[in-house]
Design a protein around this ligand. Structure first.
Ligand code: MN3
Length: 195
């Protein structure tokens, strides 16, 4: 069964001016679509054809099958980490868990920003839950918490294609905009409740 590009949880122009429709046209419409198309080409007629996306990711060796399946998962998850009414401060259980793990929400934001800034090359910065509670992970290329037995709570795509059209090379401005204007704390709360 072929995978399909899942619908975005908002209109392509809904995140402007913080993330432009043009960025969504390329990042969702071209990059994400290409990972879906590549994955379908790799699984067609193989034992992976009827597996779930998560099962493919967990059983794949390093290489094209892992990269494309993980990137389909990562991007689908990432779109829900953005919201037209996002940004600001978490509340409830997410706030409590962040304060427990990092001391304060501000301390979390600073540490997340530093990790996202210093990830060299292409990858993802995650708020994830492992055996020892919440932590911030940097992963390279397509790698993701699932492959390490951890649960993703939030992620920020720090591949250059995620921000180049809106911010050119200014990754720090992209990270700051995500935290201030776009991060979807309600989605984080849903993920934490299931973790
Ligand atoms: Mn991307």
């Amino acid at each position: 069964m072929a995978f399909e590009l899942p619908p975005l949880p908002y209109a392509k122009d809904a995140l402007a001016p913080h993330m432009s429709e043009q960025t969504l046209n390329f990042h969702y419409g071209k990059h994400h679509q290409t990972y879906v198309t590549n994955l379908n080409g790799l699984i067609e007629g193989t034992e992976n054809e009827n597996k779930s996306l998560e099962d493919i990711i967990l059983s794949a060796e390093p290489g094209g099958l892992f990269n494309n399946s993980a990137q389909v998962w990562n991007h689908t998850f990432f779109w829900s980490c953005l919201s037209p009414g996002g940004g600001g401060e978490p509340d409830g259980d997410v706030k409590t868990a962040i304060e427990h793990a990092f001391g304060s929400v501000d301390e979390f934001k600073q540490t997340f920003t530093d990790k996202a800034k210093t990830l060299f090359g292409s990858g993802w910065t995650w708020l994830a839950k492992g055996d020892d509670g919440l932590e911030i992970l940097q992963t390279k290329d397509a790698d993701l918490p699932l492959k390490h037995g951890k649960t993703a709570i939030l992620t920020l795509d720090v591949w250059e294609h995620a921000y180049y059209l809106d911010f050119q090379n200014a990754r720090p401005a992209y990270i700051e905009t995500w935290l201030d204007k776009l991060v979807n704390w309600e989605f984080a709360a849903e993920n934490l409740a299931k973790a």
